[in-house]
Ligand binder design. Structure first.
Ligand code: FAD
Length: 345
């Protein structure tokens, strides 16, 4: 059973990546370094005057290369914690984390895919960078990175990526797009430009390639719709950094109270849950430490398995049909319906 208790991490080192992004090397204090997969993220927990707040950050280091655990954070205009971390955090400072999670992952056998496409914008490069380094170091597959930024100066990992391209010229192809450039063919990733890249760079049948997409909401929507025109949906993986809550929460078909039994950290809790409170909201009220971050059905930190009864979810941007069939649920969006339920973390 995974341990979801809050842990302390120390910032070991901070590196400037661009004028608005820094990499933070972290060390867990109270246990040996955690196991993670390329593409996963770490959730930081902040205790503020207004209560507990959480922010997730994808891990930019590669476990295959034995790199120290690192996250890379880009400053968000008016953002509460990205600005605080970039402006004030120092090596030696301690942060809290609820741990590592995420389904934005590579397949078990990397050579199963003949080609990988990473399509990223801005800080969306962080999980892709970890995956890309891992594939280069441990498999033979070819890779394409299509990477959008405002300018070369603001491109996270620009020099490191150029270097990797030099080391692996036959395996890694990169197309940098900079929005400051006037030529539309080199600035914004439109559907037409992506089609052009696919015509030029997709060298295997689409069913043998995997596509990883991470960037702002509109960017991801354009990329996803374009890819769906020629790629099987199960070959497309998306990580959504936008964690803003949805304004309208649909009503479950059954709004009666039902008991929810929660198995976590070797403990069992039994709580009555009733709409409009989700299972997560009720657990938080009872001070039960469940993993979560966005509380919007978008990040996947709060995934559990429903082992008995029926759960209705208001929103789900993370779980695939396959995972839903296996009983996986996002607890931040979950309501028990038609009777009592049991969930296991
Ligand atoms: C799975 C996942 C992985 C992520 N990985 C990374 C990563 O590797 N690197 C990275 O830099 N970021 C990453 N993020 C994003 C990160 O978690 C934070 O969302 C980001 O740093 C902004 O947090 P903040 O506290 O600075 O901004 P916030 O205070 O959350 O504000 C974000 C923006 O929303 C606006 N805003 C806030 N509240 C509202 C509201 N109610 N209505 C409208 N607008 C509002 C703010 O003005 C601001 O522009 C990831 C997110 C997820 C979900």
């Amino acid at each position: 059973m995974q341990d979801f208790t809050i842990k302390v991490v120390r910032i070991v080192k901070i590196t400037n990546e661009t004028p608005h992004a820094k990499t933070f090397v972290l060390e867990f204090l109270d246990e040996s370094q955690p196991v993670y997969k390329p593409g996963q993220f770490l959730t930081l927990v902040f205790y503020t005057r207004h209560g507990e707040k959480r922010r997730s950050y994808s891990i930019s280091s590669s476990p295959a290369l034995n790199e120290p655990l690192s996250i890379t954070i880009k400053k968000v205009e008016n953002g509460e914690f990205s600005r605080m971390l970039l402006s004030h955090a120092r090596a030696g400072d301690q942060l809290y984390t609820s741990g590592i999670s995420g389904l934005f992952q590579l397949p078990g056998n990397l050579n199963n895919a003949l080609q990988y496409f990473f399509i990223a914008a801005g800080s969306g490069i962080t999980p892709c960078f970890s995956m890309l380094k891992t594939i280069l170091a441990t498999a033979q597959s070819k890779m394409v990175l299509i990477y959008s930024n405002r300018s070369e100066e603001e491109t996270i990992f620009y020099n490191q990526l150029k270097k990797l391209q030099e080391i692996y010229p036959g395996r890694l192809t990169i197309r940098f797009l900079f929005s400051v450039i006037f030529d539309v063919e080199q600035s914004r990733l439109s559907s037409r430009l992506l089609q052009k890249f696919l015509d030029e760079l997709l060298t295997v049948p689409a069913k043998d390639a995997l596509f990883y997409v991470c960037g702002p909401f509109d960017y991801m929507r354009t990329v996803n719709i374009t890819l769906l025109g020629r790629v099987p949906p199960q070959n497309i993986f998306k990580e959504n950094f936008n964690a803003l809550p949805r304004l309208i929460v649909p009503k479950p078909p059954d709004t009666m109270a039902h008991f929810v039994t929660i198995h976590i950290n070797n403990q069992v809790h039994r709580l009555p849950v009733q709409y409009p409170s989700t299972i997560l909201a009720v657990a938080k009220l009872h001070k039960i430490e469940l993993p979560y971050s966005c509380e919007a059905g978008r990040c996947g930190s709060c995934i559990a398995t429903c082992t008995s009864g029926k759960i209705w979810m208001a929103y789900n941007e993370v779980l695939t049909d396959d995972e839903l069939e296996r009983g996986r649920v996002l607890v931040c969006q979950s309501f028990p319906v038609e009777g009592d339920v049991e969930i296991v973390f």
